[in-house]
Design a protein. Sequence first.
Length: 381
Amino acid sequence: MPLFDVYPLYNVTPVSGKDILVYDNEGTEYLDLYGGHAVISIGHAHPNYVEAITNQVNTLGFYSNAIQNPLQKQLADKIEVLSGCKDYELFLCNSGAEANENALKLASFKTGKKRVLAFSNGFHGRTSAAVAATDNKNIIAPINAQQAVTILPLNDVEGVKRELEKGDVCAVIVEFIQGVGGLDQGTTEFFEQVDALCKANNTMFIADEIQCGYGRSGKFFAFQHYKVTPDIISLAKGMGNGFPIGGILIHPDIESKYGMLGTTFGGNHLACAAGLAVLNTIEEEKLIENTNDISEYFIGIAKTIPQIKNIKGRGLMLGLEFDFEVGDLRKELIYNYKIFTGGASNNKLLRILPPLTIKKEHVDQFFDALTKVLTEIKETV
Ligand SMILES: Cc1ncc(COP(=O)(O)O)c(C=O)c1O
């Protein structure tokens, strides 16, 4: 049976991985600066992770949400300690889209309203309300288009004010660093005013931390670079280092009620074991400090390369912007220099999303290859 053909694929078949390296079916080694799309936070096959999942699957892999599962509370407590987000409550699910879907649903339950405000170039997932809040008409089917969503340019404080004052907006959802859209960030003034406007208009402020959260920005959450208090924070990607897990942190002003949200698989024993191993490793190996150190080192070198016109993002969620489309550059890096990088809807942007365990020697290896490719490109023009 053929696979439903929705992904344009590189011709590489990874079969194993260790930390920041992956190996294909012929034993060729690749440097992973893409992290399987910002998912690999603590490195491939980290021993803590392997041990935690192995032990858990050998004891109890799954039971439903109808019974006590102390691992969920352990995970919630660890998130609270590492993020410093006191008093929030945790609801667990399985993916980023599902986290945002639950966040938007909860905002609507809480406020009794149904319109959502989102921003240009934002990406929030592919399910019902999440995809409607995503600024990409190509992935919105007619069935999704029935959702009431208004998309505004990033930094349009006046637009946000005008829309919220109409009184029908349940949620403003924003990525504090845009992922798929190309690493754009709102200004400090914008984020802080949107936070205040939400609070003044009974609108829930949702921080989509699915890609920029879990240490990737150099703080546990990217919104923590600003003075804002989101009502709901959505999580996924780095949370499970590849194990499917997502969640939302919910401000205590939003009261829970039996049956309000629910899922079969969300918060299962295996997912919690994976999630706990990730957090313990981030803490033990000081991976947020490493993110900041390596980010500074990376940006320092990037600044010396004249072909790089703009360096975007924060921490280990970085974008290098060129004045040409980077498709061929990415192919050269992957096929000839064995380095995975990421692309964006801005096709002049090369995205760097490595595991947070990356070391300076890997950065040197990347820039050595990049400089060679840029020289080859110059010679062929
Ligand atoms: C910011 C953001 N939100 C939501 C999602 C959707 O996550 P998932 O693919 O796990 O549904 C993504 C995925 O790329 C994302 O980057």
